[in-house]
Every structure is written in C-alpha cells, then in structure tokens.
Design a binder for this molecule. Structure first.
Ligand SMILES: NC(=O)c1ccc[n+]([C@@H]2O[C@H](COP(=O)([O-])OP(=O)(O)OC[C@H]3O[C@@H](n4cnc5c(N)ncnc54)[C@H](O)[C@@H]3O)[C@@H](O)[C@H]2O)c1
Ligand SMILES: [Zn+2]
Ligand SMILES: [Zn+2]
Length: 437
C-alpha cells in the first residue's frame, strides 16, 4: 500500500503550503536518537542528525517527554498511507526551547513548552478561529486533497499524507511556526501533567464538547483506551447523568468502573446494542467512537479488510447509529482514514441522527482552557492514565508491547536524557524488557 501511495502522490504532485517539511541539520554533525519507521511492524531507534532552524518562525525543542498514542498503532500496522522509510514518528511531545528563529519573539531559550500534535500556520481563516486541525496551509498532500476534496493541517510524525513533518519520538524536534504550535507551561505544572495537552486531552475534550454533552445526558463510549477514559471523565464533568463504556480489556473496564462508568464487555455481551437497550430503554443521547478500526469483530469485515475491500471497519459506527435515540448525536474521534462497507445509512437518516464531534481535535482551541481551568486548579489530573515510564532507547520495544497491550500498558511517559526525574505519584523508569506479560 505504501509503494502505491508514493506512486500516486508523485503523479498528483504537491499542494501549495506555507510550512516546508524539509529539515536542515546542524552543521556541527551532532546526532540524536529517534524512532524511525522502516516498514509495517518494523520501527527502530537510530541515530539521525539534529535538526536546525530552517525557517524564521521555527523553534527547535529539546524533548523532555514524549509518548506513544493509539493512533501510532495505525502507522505501525501500515494502515495510514504515504509512510516512507526514514520517517521519524511521534506527535505528542514536550520539552525546552533549544533555539529559536529570528521571527520568534514570545518564547525564550530554556522555556518549558508542550507542542500541539498538529502543526498549523496561525493565520489562515481556520487558524484565526483556533481551528488548528483544519489549517489550510500546513499540509502539502495532494493525495489527501484528492481523497477528501480538501486537506487537514499537518501532523507531526504522521506520514506524508499529513504533511511529512518529522515527529516527536526523538531527542530534538523542529517545530515550524513555533509561536502558535507551542504552549508555555507554568512552573507548578509537572511534565507528566503537561505532556498530554499535545493530543489526548484536547482530543477527548473535543469529542465531548463538540457532541454537546450536557447535564442529564446518557453517553455511550466505544473503546476505553486513554481517549475513552478521558472522554468518560470529561462527560461527567460536563454533567452527563450516566456514562456507559464498551470494551473487552478487563483492566480498562475496571479503570472506567472505578470512575463511575457502567461497563459492557463486548466479548461477554456480544449483542452490545441489545445490552444498551436493556440498560437504557429510550436509547443513548450521545454515542462516541473512541475505538480502533483495525480490530474487526465479524468474519465478514475481517475478510473485507484483509482483502483490502475496505480500509476501515464500520461495526462500531453501526452499533452507535442503532443504540442512540431518535435525534441523538454520534461522534467519531477514532481516526478513520478511508472507506468502510455496509454503513447503516438508513438509521442515520430515518432517526435524524446528528453526526457531530468528528474530526481531528483542534488543539489550539482547547489547550489553554484545559490547562488553566482544569489542570492548574486540580479539577482534571491526567496522570491517572500513566501506567509506565521508559527511556527513549526502548521506544521500538514499546511499540511492540503497546501493540499487544502487554503488562497493563496504558499511557506511557517516555523520557530522554534531558528529562527531570519522575514526579511524586507517577511511575518510575522501567525497561520494557523487564515488563511481565
Ligand atoms: N481525532 C483525533 O484527534 C485523535 C487523536 C488521538 C487519537 N485518536 C484516535 O482515537 C482512538 C482511541 O485512541 P486510544 O489511544 O485510546 O486507542 P487504544 O487503541 O488504546 O484504545 C482503543 C480501545 O478500543 C477498544 N475497541 C476495539 N474495538 C472495539 C469495539 N468494536 N467496541 C468497543 N471497543 C473496541 C480496544 O479494546 C481498545 O481498548 C484511536 O482510533 C486513535 O487513533 C484520534
Ligand atoms: Zn495521538
Ligand atoms: Zn492555518
């Protein structure tokens, strides 16, 4: 699939953009460690040149915290188009400002910052409204333009389909348009509290805010990974009366139950929709897809996906469309990429369902609010989801362990030689080889 995508991309040419993905290296020959994609299921930590400022708005960040996301597994499986051998992955990272370009006035060398997973220009019509996920100017992929008619913003470390910008699972990262894509972190917020402002926190918040969860709602959540766990907590903060979570991983079900979620194990209750109607006879007000489309349940979709007759699987979406009440809202935050067969369009149309809360989350719209209104006053502590801390040199092994969800791995704080020691109450450093099964 990657070779075909490369051929199609070079045939289509590239779209205009103001952010250049090409990087410049420091002239002193310094190298750094970075996680590099070679092929599906083959990622490696290798030494690569340290990036330098290439454009006047660039900031070079010395990484002090990075991580792996459920979305990285789509890359690991080769499910996202236009990955190239040599791409550095990673889109959630934070660190200290190492060097700034001449146009950068609001950031100082040494300042602690967190990066937005998407890279946006800060000036286009979407950016002016802080809708950074939809920036017009940061992604040159004509293939995305061809498939979707338009293009999203660029994403760090997420293939040439999303701009080909090198990622944050590295010791140093070049952040184009640094003043808009980096958020300064107050001294009293720890690295573990700040890191997830890159992605998980704005993503889960967006799913709840954009589907309009309000007091008295009954909310169903498919998938209780880090995103689903945070969605459940935000839904309660926004006043949901009941939250129902669907998954099959025992410890994820237990973690959600501890937070007050009513849980359904889809391997025990195989008819999820029937179970939901037993619990909520009038149907859900809101359904949110926080799952992963690479795990089809039915034989029909296993076959269609294997034969590449569909890239994505609509099983969760169909369950949501049937389980919501008439005029209910369905939101898709799970990162689908292409086509799925057999979507229940009848239910969508006839029940007047609102499909909202989709899209990549616009980090710039939400991150200051989450930091100032929830993290600083202690109303939302993201460290509940951190299960492990490992050094960057273990990153390739971490992909393997994360893919099989070994040893209870949830969100991981990945440290570099520049990280501070772990904060009180957060996991201490371990090596992936020492983890059990
Ligand atoms: N839109 C965005 O801005 C954005 C950002 C980050 C992540 N994401 C996406 O959000 C999704 C969740 O991320 P995560 O890090 O929590 O992923 P994850 O892989 O850790 O969790 C997904 C969970 O879904 C469960 N699941 C799989 N099939 C299911 C089904 N049929 N019914 C119910 N549950 C099912 C799995 O058991 C797993 O626990 C991923 O698809 C990820 O790509 C989107
Ligand atoms: Zn992510
Ligand atoms: Zn823009």
């Amino acid at each position: 699939m990657q070779a075909a995508a490369d051929i199609a991309q070079s045939y289509l040419g590239t779209k205009h953009k103001v952010i250049q993905p090409e990087i410049k290296h420091t002239m002193d020959g310094r190298t750094m460690k970075a996680l590099v994609w070679f092929a599906p299921h083959d990622v490696r930590v290798v030494d690569v040149p340290v990036p330098d400022v290439a454009e006047p708005d660039d900031v070079i960040v010395r990484v002090t915290g990075t991580t792996i996301c459920g979305s990285d597994l789509h890359l690991y499986h080769g499910e996202i188009m236009a990955l190239q051998k040599g791409d550095i992955l990673g889109h959630e990272f934070m660190g200290k400002v190492e060097k700034v370009g001449p146009n950068v006035k609001n950031l100082e060398v040494g300042q602690r910052v967190v990066a937005s997973f998407q890279m946006a220009c800060g000036t286009c019509e979407y950016c002016q409204k802080k809708l950074s996920a939809f920036c017009n100017n940061a992604n040159k992929s004509s293939m995305q333009n061809y498939m979707y008619g338009q293009r999203d913003a660029g994403f760090f470390g997420y293939s040439h389909f999303t701009g080909g910008i090198l990622g944050g699972q590295a010791e140093y990262v070049r952040v184009p348009k640094g003043p808009v894509n980096l958020l300064p972190i107050p001294d009293d917020v720890t690295d573990e509290q700040a890191l997830y402002l890159s992605d998980v926190l704005p993503t889960s918040y967006h799913a709840v805010v954009d589907t309009g969860v309000e007091a008295g709602d009954v909310v169903g959540i498919w998938g209780l990974g880090p995103i689903g766990q945070c969605v459940a907590r935000w839904a309660m903060i926004k006043g949901a009366k009941r939250v129902i979570g669907i998954d099959t991983i025992a410890r994820r079900l237990a973690l959600a139950e501890k937070a007050g979620v009513e849980v359904i194990d889809f391997n025990t209750d195989t008819d999820v929709v029937k179970k939901i109607y037993e619990l909520v006879p009038k149907g859900l007000d809101v359904a949110i897809d926080c799952g992963s489309f690479h795990e089809p349940k039915s034989l029909a979709h296993k076959i269609q996906k294997t034969l590449m007759l569909e890239t994505d699987v609509p099983e969760t979406i169909n369950e949501m469309l049937v389980a919501v009440r008439k005029l209910g809202r369905c939101g898709i935050i799970a990162a689908y990429a292409g086509y799925a067969n057999g979507v229940n369009l009848g239910a969508l149309m006839e029940k007047g369902i609102r499909l909202v809360g989709n899209g990549q989350a616009s980090v710039h719209k939400y991150w200051e609010e989450i930091l100032n209104d929830y993290i600083v006053p202690g109303k939302f502590d993201p460290t509940f989801m951190i299960s492990h801390r490992v050094p960057l040199e273990d990153m390739a092994k971490l992909y393997e362990a994360f893919n099989t969800r070994r040893a209870g791995v949830e969100k991981v704080f990945v440290e570099t030689d520049n990280s501070s020691p772990s904060s009180p109450g957060c996991p201490k450093t371990t090596r992936v080889d020492q983890w059990g099964y």
